[in-house]
Design a protein around this ligand. Structure first.
Ligand code: AMP
Ligand code: ZN
Length: 479
C-alpha cells in the first residue's frame, strides 16, 4: 500500500484549553482503585502525565509499541476534547541490560544507547505518535537520583550495605504492595527485611528490599558515578521517581506503562517518591495489557518477536501496524496475527475510499471542538475508558451516513484521535459536480478568461480538489 497520504492529520503540537472541546470527559480504569473514574487535571489547567519510556538496548518490539500507541491515543483524546496536556516520557539509558549489551558490543554506553534511542524515535514517527513535551534520560539525571537516595537514607527509608550499595527498606512504607495487591503472604515484611534484590527486575514471589544505588562491579566497565556511598550507579526504579519530581512535582495526574510495570517498577517508584518527598504521587495509574503473538508471549526463539522494521520489510505499512495495535481495547488481551494485518489493510482502504475528496482539518483546528455529527458517538466511546475497538465499530457503522460538514469533521476527529493517516485510495471516483467544475475551468482557460478560471480553481479547492494541468489536458485529484 502506498504510504502517500491523502489526509495528513499529523500534529505534533498540543492543544490549548479554551476551545469548545468535544465534551471530553475521559473516564479511565485506575489500577490502584480498580475503578473507572473521570480524569481531571489536579491544577485545573493541564493534564500532566508520565509514561515509562523505552529501555534503549535494541529495537522496541510491537508489544512495546502497543503500550506507546495506547498512551498516544489517550493524549490525543484528551487534547481533541479541549484539554491541554503535558506529556513526559523518559529514556532508560542506564540499567542492567544497557550496560551488559554495550560492554558486550565494545561500545560506550552513550554511543550504544543513542543508536537505539534514535531508532525508537524513527519508529514513533512512522507510527504517528506525538512527541512527548519532555523526554528526559536517566543518565542526564544522576545527580537528582543521588539527592533522592540521600533523602531516603536520612529519613530512615533506605540503608547502605557493606558493599556500598543502598537499599530501600520496604518495611518502612506501610502501603508497600497496595498498587500491585501483594497479599500478606507474599509481603511478610519481617522476613523480607533482610532479603535484598540487586537486579533491576524480579518477580512477585521475590519481594525484597530493592536496590537504589548499585556499588560498582567489574562487569559495569567504565559505567559508574561518584556518590556519598562510593562509586556505582542508580538502580533502575529510581530514575522515574527523580525525573517525575523534577518535571511534574510531588503530585501529578497520571502514570502509565505496560502491565508488567505494575510490579515491581511502579510499586517501587511509589514507595520511593512518597517516602522521599511526600505528595500524592500519581493520582491515576494507567496500564495496558500485553500484546501476544499467535496467542503466546512474544519470543525470539519461536520467531514471533516482531519489530516495526520486521513488518515493514514484509511489506506492511506502519499505519497498518498502528491500526492493529488500536484494534482492541487496551484492557483486553491483544493477539497479533498476520490476519489482523490483512484486516487492517482492508479497513484503512475502506476508510480512504469513503473519505476520498474530503479534506481533513488540521489537528489544532479539530482540537477546537465542535459538532461531530454522526460520529459524536464514536468519540464518546473513546471517552469511555478509551474503547478504541468500539470507536472503530461506530466509525464504520456510520460511514454511509456521513454527508454534512459536521459529519466529516467528526470523521476526521476520530481518525486524529486514533492517530490514523489514510492511504491513497485506489481508483478514486470523482464526483460529477467536481468533473463539471474542472471542465468549466478548463474552458475558461482555453478562452484566456483567467479570472473565471481562478474562481473555479478556488471553488474546487474549497471542496477538497486540485486540478493538475498537463500538456494533454488536466487531471483532478483530492487535495
Ligand atoms: P521496555 O522498553 O522494556 O522498558 O518497555 C517499554 C514499555 O513497553 C513498557 O511500558 C512495558 O510495560 C511495555 N511492554 C513490554 N512488553 C510489552 C508487550 N508484550 N505488550 C505491551 N506492552 C509491553
Ligand atoms: Zn518508570
Amino acid at each position: 500500500m502506498p504510504e502517500k497520504v491523502v489526509n495528513a492529520i499529523l500534529g505534533n503540537s498540543f492543544a490549548r484549553s479554551g476551545g469548545a472541546g468535544n465534551a471530553a470527559r475521559v473516564r479511565l480504569f485506575d489500577t490502584l482503585t480498580r475503578k473507572v473514574v473521570p480524569l481531571e487535571p489536579v491544577d485545573g489547567k493541564s493534564f500532566r502525565f508520565y509514561c515509562c519510556g523505552p529501555t534503549v538496548y535494541g529495537p522496541s518490539h510491537i508489544g512495546n509499541f502497543r503500550t506507546f500507541v495506547v498512551q498516544d491515543v489517550l493524549r490525543r483524546v484528551l487534547e481533541l476534547g479541549g484539554m491541554k496536556t503535558k506529556h513526559v516520557r523518559n529514556i532508560t539509558d542506564v540499567d542492567d541490560k544497557t550496560i551488559r549489551d554495550s560492554v558486550a558490543a565494545g561500545r560506550t554506553l552513550s554511543d550504544f544507547t543513542a543508536q537505539w534511542r534514535d531508532k525508537f524515535h524513527e519508529d514513533c514517527e512512522s507510527l504517528n505518535c506525538l512527541k512527548p513535551h519532555i523526554e528526559p534520560s536517566a543518565v542526564e539525571h544522576v545527580p537528582e537520583q543521588i539527592t533522592m537516595i540521600a533523602e531516603l537514607v536520612e529519613k530512615g527509608h533506605a540503608y547502605a550495605s557493606d558493599d556500598g550499595s543502598v537499599y530501600f527498606k520496604i518495611s518502612s512504607f506501610a502501603d508497600y504492595g497496595k498498587l500491585s495487591r501483594l497479599d500478606t503472604r507474599e509481603l511478610d515484611l519481617g522476613k523480607t527485611q533482610n532479603e535484598r534484590a540487586n537486579s533491576d527486575e524480579y518477580e512477585k514471589d521475590n519481594v525484597a528490599d530493592f536496590v537504589l544505588w548499585k556499588a560498582r562491579r567489574d562487569e559495569d566497565g567504565g559505567n559508574f558515578w561518584e556518590s556519598p556511598w562510593g562509586q556505582g550507579r542508580p538502580g533502575w526504579h529510581l530514575e522515574c521517581s527523580a525525573m517525575i519530581l523534577k518535571y511534574l512535582g510531588k503530585t501529578f495526574d497520571l502514570h502509565s506503562g505496560g502491565e508488567d510495570l505494575v510490579f515491581p517498577h511502579h510499586e517501587n517508584e511509589l514507595a520511593q517518591s512518597k517516602c522521599s518527598c511526600g505528595g500524592e504521587f500519581a493520582r491515576h495509574w494507567f496500564h495496558s495489557t500485553h500484546l501476544l503473538v499467535n496467542g503466546k508471549k512474544m519470543a525470539k526463539s519461536s520467531g514471533t518477536l516482531y519489530t516495526l522494521g520486521d513488518l515493514v520489510e514484509e511489506g506492511w505499512s506502519a499505519m497498518e501496524v498502528r491500526y492493529v495495535l488500536i484494534g482492541a481495547n487496551y484492557r483486553k488481551q491483544m493477539n497479533f496475527t498476520m490476519e489482523s494485518l490483512h484486516a487492517a489493510r482492508e479497513a484503512l482502504g475502506k476508510l480512504a475510499k469513503a473519505a476520498a475528496g474530503q479534506s481533513a482539518p488540521g489537528y489544532r483546528e479539530l482540537a477546537k471542538g465542535g459538532d461531530l455529527g454522526v460520529f459524536a458517538g464514536a468519540f464518546e466511546k473513546l471517552n469511555d475508558d478509551l474503547n478504541t475497538a468500539a470507536a472503530l465499530g461506530e466509525l464504520f457503522g456510520n460511514l454511509k451516513k456521513a454527508s454534512s460538514e459536521a459529519d466529516w469533521r467528526g470523521f476526521f476527529t476520530i481518525l486524529a484521535a486514533l492517530g490514523l493517516v489514510l492511504p491513497e485510495p485506489e481508483g478514486i471516483e470523482v464526483p460529477d459536480d467536481i468533473i463539471g467544475l474542472a471542465k468549466l475551468r478548463w474552458e475558461a482557460r482555453q478562452a484566456k478568461d483567467w479570472e473565471a478560471s481562478d474562481r473555479y480553481r478556488d471553488e474546487l479547492a474549497q471542496k477538497g480538489w486540485v486540478v493538475k494541468d498537463g500538456r494533454e489536458g488536466y487531471e483532478v485529484v483530492p487535495s
